[in-house]
Write a protein that binds this ligand. Sequence first.
Ligand SMILES: C[S@@+](CC[C@H](N)C(=O)[O-])C[C@H]1O[C@@H](n2cnc3c(N)ncnc32)[C@H](O)[C@@H]1O
Ligand code: SF4
Length: 363
Amino acid sequence: MALKSVFDSSVIRAEFDKAGINTRFIPLIWKYVIQNPDFNWEDIPSLPSSAYTLLGAKFKTLTSVVDSVLESNDGVTTKLLIKLQNGAFVECVIMRYDSSLGKLNGKPRPGGPRSTLCVSSQVGCKMGCTFCATGSMGFKNNLSSGEIVEQLVHASRLSTIRNIVFMGMGEPLNNYSALVEAIRTMTASPFQISPRKITVSTVGIIHAITKLHNDVPNLNLAVSLHAPVQDIRCKIMPAARAFPLEKLMNALQEYQKKSQQKIFIEYIMLDGVNDEEQQAHQLGKLLETFQVVVNLIPFNPIGSLSQFTTSTNQKVIKFQKILRGIYDIRTTVRKEMGQDISGACGQLVAVDLKKFYVDRRDD
Ligand SMILES: C[S@@+](CC[C@H](N)C(=O)[O-])C[C@H]1O[C@@H](n2cnc3c(N)ncnc32)[C@H](O)[C@@H]1O
Ligand code: SF4
């Protein structure tokens, strides 16, 4: 029988309850695991003896291992290749936005440099977006909540993680219960990441969006819209057929009414597909009644897997000007990081990953 992750919080809580062990010990165990890469359960001080027996019989200190670490040329992005207990690989990416100096407005940032961790929620993805490397793999399996949290544990040993984005491999809302449990663990002791520093990015799984705020309030929601009209959306994102634009916008309206928070809209700029002035106006009209921030994202090449190219700078700037100037919508252009190690959005793919890493080490 495969041993469980101690970071699968519902499993460890149930086991502790069954054995009559106080669950207040669980955060202490988590803290010990984060701080000590190599140890035996007996090394953790001050647990009841029944806890050592239970941990030894049913749990592993970590069920996943860091197989390789790749640094981008500028040292800002680090990609971890993580091997799961079932032999599959996922990736997570640390982005040190202000790592070089850890400064804010020229002064040392209180608490040191801040890093953002991009985590994976699935091995592969079944949504099949035509521009996404992960989508090209198809769906392999869901991660458990413990496997999601373990990515944070591995990354925390390399960097102080302040923000989490669910923008790695997979569609987080297609792995809903593990996602919710992982977020509850990440926001609890000892991680204590504020929900406001966690962003869940989704292709638009309507039934999950409608319950997300009730289950985990105060998160940031990012929606991968990528087109302002249903027919273009369907062409580039097959999932749009099951989750039509009109119904998605209604769900977002409801979400915003409940959460009172702005929603992030992700929009990949694909040359000749969704980047014309007409589409900027359609997007402006679609979003003008919402509180949103639109991120215009350059398309990251994924080798021969996709037929797209990214829009020219002029088109991106024109698009941004229309949204800002005419529709008064906050619109940013995302600076992609980590392209040289395929650590940018949509470039995470576990096909032949081992080979990729080995090849890169030889560069
Ligand atoms: C990989 S997805 C994971 C989260 C979720 N499944 C989603 O689609 O929002 C994270 C973001 O990367 C974007 N993305 C996918 N492929 C991309 C590519 N080749 N270039 C730029 N962004 C891409 C997605 O559209 C999404 O906004
Ligand atoms: S963009 Fe997101 S939903 Fe689409 S295939 Fe990639 S991971 Fe899945």
